[in-house]
Design a protein around this ligand. Structure first.
Ligand SMILES: [Zn+2]
Length: 256
């Protein structure tokens, strides 16, 4: 299994980061993908990828809720850092978030499109955050060649129609599934019935969104098997098959 989206470089894991990684290995995770947040999280992210080289892989990008007034400067610092490191496995976490604040939609869309441009120019995949903004997401996507867009719609939370549009129109995009699929009132199990397993990757979004039965606790990569188990029920497949196919998907999309 591969956790394709987790923030275990963050301060929530300062006290026990090594133990978290050890538990991930014991739980059967073969790789962990770490998306950046803003220009202040770069050092912690990169130092974790150095410490666990070959196991933790970095994505560099600017998260839509972390934009400051100087978002151009933030982006310049993030891209300069990525170019100096030359170890990026993708661009992330990038995207749109209109859940708390709709006033920044234009700035978010601009910064998102710049980062998509960067990803395409560098032939890198993306980890995309999209919350309450699927209409705008598709407007931004339409500025680009559909086949050039490669990556994961992390923590997919759109409608069944949004999922179908991704599957049909964007052949190199996959949907990231995490603990939310295990929640009692989730509509995601119904949505995924019409999504081929070849278009799905596993993730946590740790420290957030722990799966049932650990909901409410701090999330971590070793909880990914609960997500795989729920997908096995949804797809009517052995969990080993879900692990195998989602691993192939993650390796294909993120080049790991
Ligand atoms: Zn995230």
């Amino acid at each position: 299994m591969i956790d394709t989206h987790t923030h275990i470089y963050s301060k929530e894991f300062a006290a026990d980061r090594d133990a978290v990684v050890a538990r991930a290995r014991r739980a059967g995770l073969s790789a962990i993908v770490l998306p950046n947040e803003d220009d202040t999280s770069l050092e912690a992210l990169a130092s974790m990828c150095d410490e666990y080289a070959g196991y933790c892989f970095p994505l560099y990008g600017l998260h839509p809720t972390e934009l400051t007034a100087d978002y151009r400067g933030q982006l310049e610092r993030i891209f300069a850092f990525a170019e100096q490191r030359a170890d990026a496995k993708g661009v992330g976490e990038i995207g749109l978030d209109l859940y708390w604040d709709k006033t920044k939609a234009a700035e978010q869309a601009e910064v998102f499109a710049w980062q998509i441009d960067y990803a395409i120019a560098h032939n890198l995949p993306m980890s995309i955050h999209c919350r309450n903004a699927y209409e705008l997401l598709f407007q931004v996507f339409e500025q680009f060649s559909a086949a050039a867009l490669r990556g994961s719609l992390h923590c997919f939370s759109g409608s069944a129609a949004d999922a179908q549009r991704i599957v049909t129109d964007y052949p190199n995009m996959v949907l990231g599934v995490n603990g939310t699929v295990t929640y009692k009132n989730s509509e995601l199990p119904a949505t995924y019935q019409d999504v081929p397993l070849q278009r799905i990757v596993l993730e946590t979004d740790a420290p957030y969104l722990s799966p049932v039965p650990l909901r409410g606790k701090r999330n971590e990569p070793s909880f990914v098997p609960f997500v795989a188990q729920r997908l096995a029920e949804i797809y009517g497949l052995p969990v080993s098959e879900v692990e195998k196919i989602t691993d192939q998907n993650a390796r294909r999309v993120f080049g790991i």
